[in-house]
Design a protein around this ligand. Structure first.
Ligand SMILES: C[S@@+](CC[C@H](N)C(=O)[O-])C[C@H]1O[C@@H](n2cnc3c(N)ncnc32)[C@H](O)[C@@H]1O
Length: 218
């Protein structure tokens, strides 16, 4: 009888999720993000969309330094950490179960002089939005946060609450299913949406969007 060793995740793309850490160099810093897929699932691994978002931020097309930034669905916090290292004042958010892991990663990766630029805070989309200033951010960042259809309406509500007319939203998305494009259609009802970057190797789209002026013809 052939002996077939048990391989938990034979596909490289999946086995990477089981690594206990993921290492990057962004904003002139070596970053070591702890991962724990088994314990916390999607919130405790670095997704390709986060990596591509950081690459996009590093291109310098958008001014990040000195800006008020909020990251939604931050997971391990890579994007928020990089924004803080680039000189932004960042609120890094996710659901309650992800908080401890996220806080630990932020603390471990920001030098003492940047720690004051990042706050980790619980934000479940559509809930308790009054805790966050309406239209109070220059930039809203989200990497791989468009994937659960049930969250599309509260996610859109959250963006509407956080954005002023001048706020820019950057979403880095892996379009896995047709339903993911439904969110983009919903977003287009209230925001202008432009694809500003596509990273072919990881198949990640970066969309920039901002609030449309209210319709006056109704
Ligand atoms: C695929 S992970 C992406 C994590 C991280 N942005 C990255 O790209 O590495 C999706 C993230 O969205 C968060 N999330 C899912 N539903 C949420 C909700 N209703 N409110 C807030 N965050 C949510 C998850 O906890 C998770 O951290």
């Amino acid at each position: 009888m052939a002996l077939v060793p048990y391989v938990e995740n034979p596909l490289p793309i999946l086995s990477k999720l089981n690594n206990s850490s993921a290492n990057f160099r962004f904003a002139n810093h070596d970053l070591h993000l702890a991962q724990d897929w088994k314990k916390l699932g999607v919130a405790a691994v670095v997704w390709d969309a986060a990596v591509v978002m950081c690459m996009y931020l590093e291109m310098g097309i958008l001014e990040v330094k000195g800006r008020g930034v909020i990251e939604l669905g931050a997971g391990t916090g890579l994007v928020g950490i990089v924004a803080a290292l680039m000189g932004a004042k960042v609120t890094i958010t996710d659901r309650e179960p992800a908080m401890d892991f996220l806080s630990a990663n932020v603390k471990a990766n920001l030098p003492p002089d940047s720690l004051g630029s990042a706050v980790v805070s619980e934000l479940t989309w559509g809930e308790g939005l009054e805790r966050y200033p309406a239209g109070g951010f220059d930039l809203v960042l989200g990497a791989d946060i468009v994937y659960l259809e049930d969250t599309f309406v509260p996610l859109l509500q959250t963006l509407e609450h956080l954005c002023s007319d001048a706020t820019v939203v950057l979403l880095a998305c892996k379009i896995r299913y047709k339903r993911d494009t439904n969110f983009l259609s919903m977003l287009k009802q209230r925001f202008r949406v432009e694809e500003v970057y596509y990273e072919k190797q990881r198949d990640i789209h970066v969309y920039k969007s901002w609030k449309l002026p209210p319709r006056t013809d109704l």
